[in-house]
Design a protein around this ligand. Structure first.
Ligand SMILES: *Cc1c(COP(=O)(O)O)cnc(C)c1O
Length: 392
């Protein structure tokens, strides 16, 4: 009898003396080993790949690139920015521990700290990270982690990173920095003594709004292992395709950062000259409330994010986005193109009007994630929209 061939059996990958210049996309969920001894040895020394949730080449390639930017080693890729934060909390904390968070963290981070962690017996206090005395006052004997963002969203305040890190070191508390807004071009947490860095890679690092991913790196090897195990055990791990897309995005990160930052600087100045704009928040402008700290901490890198306040209420805000239909009105940041967000109707809609007012977020408050378009186009579009919204 003739033995049949099967389409189910994998075909040998064609060999070639030349190699592809692009990182191959490897979607394989499992890896076949030659024999049980080899598999055993692999589990023993952690070498090679076995199962994609435990690790895969596209995540490793991406992690190594972000490690380079952050001055880190052994970075871990996660399925989203939130899962990067979750992996740190799950890997480090136990019931009875306490966390101090910045009071203007990303909305989901605030929710995780104030609503979800307490269900697991972990209490949280929030404090203003621009005021190290407020952070010190929030610390308890059982505080294990301080979670901060360097630049706050959407109010663009700059945290007292040196003060917070010195305080945490003295008390044996881990400093976890969500570096999404600043990016490693604006601030490198490990250079300043932070213990853990997390990113939403979804934003400017990947940069094209087509991949949802996170990154986390820890300075200490045991801490790194604990976070890695949490990532793998809780299944927070990323898809190879997203990693592949993000690696491609990272190739142009430096170029995009430079272009977006140069645009943001010019757009901030142009907005501040527009009659319908009540105020502009951009770290390197002399009128910024944390200007001196921004110049020292960020080495003059104002980044790609700015906020401004339009005169007039919700009606003017509605008119502004309608008058600038080419600028995506979308609750994200870090895209290659400029996006506008309106915190009062999105990220901060859960707060009372008084709560928003305390942060300076009115109905006219907009956040701009500046992209790499020609800045003349941006200034013309936003200028026309501001005029249409404030002189109806
Ligand atoms: C977007 C964002 C996150 C969450 O990242 P996802 O990739 O959307 O899960 C966390 N922190 C900051 C500062 C962010 O901007």
């Amino acid at each position: 009898m003739k033995v049949p061939k099967s389409l189910v059996r994998r075909t040998q990958w064609p060999s070639s003396l030349s190699r592809p210049v692009v990182t191959p996309l490897q979607p394989s969920v499992v890896y076949a080993s030659p024999d049980p001894d080899a598999l055993d040895a692999q589990y023993q020394d952690g070498s090679g790949y076995t199962y994609a949730r435990e690790g895969h080449p596209n995540a490793a390639v991406l992690a190594a690139k972000i490690d380079m930017l952050e001055g880190a080693t052994g970075g871990i890729i996660t399925g989203s920015g939130m899962s990067a934060i979750a992996a740190v909390l799950l890997g480090v904390l136990k019931a009875g521990d306490h966390v101090v968070g910045g009071d203007q963290l990303y909305g989901r981070s605030l929710r995780l700290l104030t609503q979800d962690l307490p269900r697991w017996g972990i209490e949280t206090a929030l404090a203003d990270p621009t005021d190290v005395a407020a952070i010190a006052a929030a610390i308890q004997p059982n505080t294990r982690i301080i979670l901060v963002e360097v630049v706050s969203n959407p109010t663009i305040r700059v945290a007292d990173m040196d003060g917070i890190i010195a305080l945490a070191k003295a008390r044996g508390i881990l400093v976890v920095v969500d570096n999404t807004f600043t990016t490693p071009r604006g601030y490198r947490p490990f250079d300043h003594g932070a213990d853990v860095v997390v990113h939403s890679v979804t934003k400017l690092l990947a940069g094209h709004s087509d991949a949802t991913l996170g990154y986390v790196a820890a300075r200490d090897a045991d801490l790194r292992t604990a976070i890695h195990d949490a990532n793998v055990t809780w299944g927070l791990t990323p898809s190879p395709f997203d990693c592949w897309l993000a690696e491609r995005g990272l190739h142009s990160f430096d170029l995009r950062f430079d272009a977006a930052q140069a645009n943001a600087r010019k757009l901030a100045d142009a907005l501040s000259d527009m009659p319908g704009v009540a105020r502009v928040l951009y770290p390197t402008r002399p009128d910024h409330p944390d200007h001196n700290r921004a110049m020292a901490l960020l080495a003059g890198q104002g980044g790609h994010m700015l906020s401004f306040e339009l005169s007039g209420g919700r009606a003017a805000a509605n008119a502004l986005t309608r008058a600038a239909p080419e600028i995506a009105f979308a609750p994200t940041l870090g895209d290659i193109g400029t996006t506008l967000s309106h915190p009062a109707s999105s990220s901060h809609r859960g707060l009372s009007e008084a709560g928003r007012a305390a942060l300076g977020i009115s109905e006219g408050f907009f956040r701009v994630s500046v992209g790499v378009e020609q800045v003349e186009l941006l200034i013309a579009e936003l200028g026309a929209a501001v005029a249409a919204a404030t002189n109806p």
